[in-house]
Design a protein around this ligand. Structure first.
Ligand code: CAA
Length: 390
């Protein structure tokens, strides 16, 4: 029998500020229902001036290190679309902030919103080779689109950290995946741009096509039949996208298309993303956290995961929720973090939106704003300087 490998622990962090989408609706003269019903979003997390993908990623990973220590961690995989340097991996800063062992490899992965899934799969392969090892996977992003663009209501910020290990406490990642790649331009961010470019309607069609192709490959590889899955986690640029993708998957796979059944299969996965917004690489694993933190009893449940990254790469794979998983959750703490975010108004939102990474300015000190455990203090000689706040 092969050793079960999967997600031993899962934690998240997000921007410490929050914007209600009514602020954007008012400025653009849009009906709020277009956002709350049409795309299924209510709020979006916003980063403070001294927060970025490193501070959020480190804050998420710290919860895991505090609980499990560093034993067995010889690899850190940092997945992001929001790279902070053309050369150095953001995870190396996290490695230092968390005081991880020097006997460790750290690398960054990029493919739009998909790369955390590549990191998770690479991590399971490393653990399969040596089950004593544990891999820290971090997904962290800040989603930003142009003001007045169709993507503006689908911004957000957040990070997820996962400890991948043998005999995991939370979810076994089952062997076998369906994968799909197609060179398209539905969403991209040329070097030097802070905001992403997107062909919104095309990106939705491309996502649905990728769902179909990833599932076809999964079935051809001999994966579980669709009837064995009871819950599904999707990449959620906005939560309505998960509903569209789910209906398309079930139709493609020949499952039960009853609206109530479809809704029950994904509703608990939408709660966090609905009030955090798009977190690119982290979003599908925030969906998993939202599901695990819900009131449902999921022991033994088979979860289908559909990961999509524009450009585009997609993957379908399966996970099995482990007996006793509830003892290892932080549901109350997670809800408290979301409640503690500081609401911002229209003027503060515009300041955030105009903010640019000051790394090219040489010397720069950032205001002390974050309540989180780590902050980006500033830049010296064009070097980023991160500090602990505790
Ligand atoms: N009440 C209720 N519903 C309303 C409404 C109202 N008053 N007004 C409009 N709606 C509904 C519309 O009917 C529509 O629903 P359907 O899609 O079910 O038909 C929905 O609200 C959205 O309306 P529009 O299509 O008119 O909205 P839009 O053109 O302004 O923008 C969008 C929608 C294209 C998704 C846009 O938000 C966008 O460009 N987002 C960024 C791109 C994106 O997220 N793409 C997703 C796939 S790519 C990906 O997943 C990678 C990634 O992370 C980016």
């Amino acid at each position: 029998m092969t050793t079960p490998i999967g997600i031993h622990d899962l934690a998240f962090a997000t921007g410490s500020r929050v914007l209600d989408l009514s602020v954007i609706a008012e400025r653009l003269g849009t009906e709020l229902e277009k956002y709350t019903i049409g795309i299924g979003q209510e709020r979006m997390s916003i980063t403070a001036a001294d927060e970025d993908v490193v501070t959020m990623g480190a804050a998420a990973a710290k919860q895991i290190i505090d609980r499990h220590g560093v034993e067995g961690i010889r690899t850190v995989l940092f997945a992001t679309e929001t790279g902070i340097d053309q050369s150095k991996a953001a995870g190396v800063y996290v490695h230092q902030l968390l005081d991880l062992p020097a006997t460790c490899r750290v690398v960054e992965l990029k493919q739009a919103c998909y790369s955390a899934t590549a990191a998770l799969q690479f991590a399971t392969a490393l653990v399969a080779r040596d089950p004593r090892q544990r891999v820290l996977v971090i997904a962290s992003d800040v989603a930003r689109y142009e003001l007045d663009s169709s993507g503006e209501p689908t911004q957000g910020a957040g990070a997820v950290a996962m400890l991948v290990a043998s005999d995991p406490d939370l979810v076994v990642i089952e062997p076998g995946s369906g994968v799909f790649t197609s060179d398209i331009m539905d969403f991209w961010r040329p070097n030097g741009r802070v905001t992403a470019l997107v062909d919104g309607k095309y990106s939705i069609r491309a996502y649905l096509q990728a769902v179909e192709n990833a599932w076809s490959d999964y079935a051809a590889q001999g994966g579980f039949p669709i009837s064995e899955f009871s819950r599904f986690c999707y990449h959620q640029p906005f939560t309505k996208m998960a509903s569209k993708a789910h209906r398309h998957l079930i139709k493609t796979a020949g499952g039960d298309l009853d609206a109530g059944v479809l809704d029950a299969q994904i509703a608990p996965t939408l709660k966090y993303n609905r009030i955090i917004g798009n977190t690119y690489t982290a979003s599908i694993y925030l969906a998993l956290l939202s599901l695990l933190d819900s009131d449902e009893e999921l022991e033994g449940a088979k979860i289908g995961f559909l990961s999509y990254g524009s450009g585009s790469v997609a993957e379908f794979f399966a996970g099995t929720v482990q007996p006793g998983y509830r003892q290892h959750l932080r549901a109350e703490e997670n809800r408290a973090v979301l409640e503690a975010r500081v609401p911002i108004d229209a003027a503060e939102y515009l300041v955030w939106h105009e903010r640019r990474d000051p790394s090219g300015l040489g010397e720069f000190t950032l205001p002390n704003e974050t309540p989180g455990p780590f902050r980006l203090a500033g830049f010296t000689d064009l070097k980023r300087e991160y500090t602990s706040t505790q």
